[in-house]
Design a protein around this ligand. Structure first.
Ligand code: GDR
Length: 328
């Protein structure tokens, strides 16, 4: 039975990946930080097959112990401070966890001897936020980085250190440059889920308005369930490499809002939406659109869920959750 060790197990991607790997016959270990982590209870209930392992990306000895205890074949580093807006307020913490955490994980793999002969294969969750103020469109694996947030800067460090360790120590280390990926498990702080949840609540009469920041941005949004397959595929290749994972389509913030409201039959959405400066960021990423040709050609990866289906799936899920709260 192959063994996978996942950091960020309580997040959206951790859950999708654990489910996917379990389906492939893996033994799945999930790193959980802190004492009495409130999200662990939910994980235990929903995914009883995940074996929780204590550890923290800020604590190298804890990573070494976790790897020694679990002896994984594959390590997926999905753990991070992942909310771009928060990174402006907690820049040092973001650099430490999202950036240096990658270095610690790579060192831990070397220390337990997993780097030799590629014994442990490593996946790093790189991000389209590294492209930031984009230098070319669409963005590929060769597009130069220009991050626009402490989060983006930390991800650039993480990406570069993976390349460096691969080249220096012959490690089987890959980075997936994943563009935005969403779904019913997305946290409420991210714009897609904030919108779909508010739309459901407005439809049910539980909320009157949706307060957002800048809507004049474009993102390449895909479905998280599709994207975790690409992570796994990268670690099944003969040689380690980096891949853009994206849909190749872009949509504006306004498209998202319009489509979500249309899903519940509301066409005069402007009536419910207000913009507030407090949700604007000090520096914005205006346009992202990825070119997934390499992932298509080399990994045989294809996305299955398109943008309208994704929004529909998320609105329907939020309608179900909010209706259940009302006892309907
Ligand atoms: P992003 O995702 O920053 O692209 O990073 P997010 O959904 O937070 O923002 C997308 C865009 O929406 C604008 N926006 C708002 N965003 C939030 N969260 N809340 C609002 O009220 C709001 N109003 C407008 C933002 O300004 C932004 O332009 C995500 C994260 O998952 C990262 O971890 C990941 O690396 C990248 O996607 C790829």
């Amino acid at each position: 039975m192959p063994r996978a060790f996942i950091t960020g197990i309580t997040g959206q991607d951790g859950q999708h990946l654990a489910e996917f790997l379990h389906g492939k016959g893996y033994e799945v270990f999930g790193m959980v930080k802190g004492q009495n982590n409130p999200r662990l209870t939910q994980i235990r209930e929903e995914f009883p097959f995940i074996e929780p392992v204590p550890g923290d990306l800020a604590d190298l000895p804890s990573l070494v112990k976790a790897l020694e205890a679990t002896q994984p074949d594959e390590v997926y580093n999905l753990g991070a401070i992942s909310f771009v807006a928060l990174s402006f307020n907690q820049a040092e913490l973001t650099a430490n966890i999202t950036g240096l955490g990658v270095l610690r994980m790579l060192e831990a793999i070397r220390m337990v001897g997993g780097a030799q002969n590629n014994k442990i294969r490593f996946y790093q969750a790189s991000s389209s936020e590294m492209f930031g103020k984009v230098r070319e469109t669409p963005q590929t694996e060769r597009t130069p980085f220009h991050p626009r947030s402490p989060y983006g800067c930390a991800k650039v460090f993480g990406h570069d250190i993976v390349v460096n360790y691969r080249e220096s120590y012959d490690m089987f280390a890959c980075s997936g440059i994943l563009f935005n990926h969403e779904g019913p498990r997305r946290g409420m702080e991210f714009v897609t889920r904030k919108v779909t949840n508010a739309v459901a609540r407005i439809k049910l009469g539980l909320q009157e308005e949706l307060v957002l920041g800048n809507l004049d941005f474009k993102r390449d949004w895909g479905y998280a369930g599709d994207y975790v397959k690409a992570m796994w595929l990268m670690l099944q290749q003969d040689a380690p490499d980096d891949y853009v994972v994206a849909t190749g389509e872009t949509h504006s913030g306004q498209d998202l809002v319009e489509l979500a409201f249309a899903q519940v039959g509301i066409t005069d959405w402007q009536q419910y939406v207000r913009q507030d400066k407090k949700f604007f960021r000090p520096a914005e990423v205006d346009l992202l659109i990825g070119d997934p040709t390499k992932a298509h050609d080399k990994l045989g990866w294809e996305r299955e869920v398109d943008f309208p289906s994704l929004v529909k799936m998320m609105v329907e899920n939020d309608l179900k959750i909010e209706s259940a709260k009302l006892g309907r």
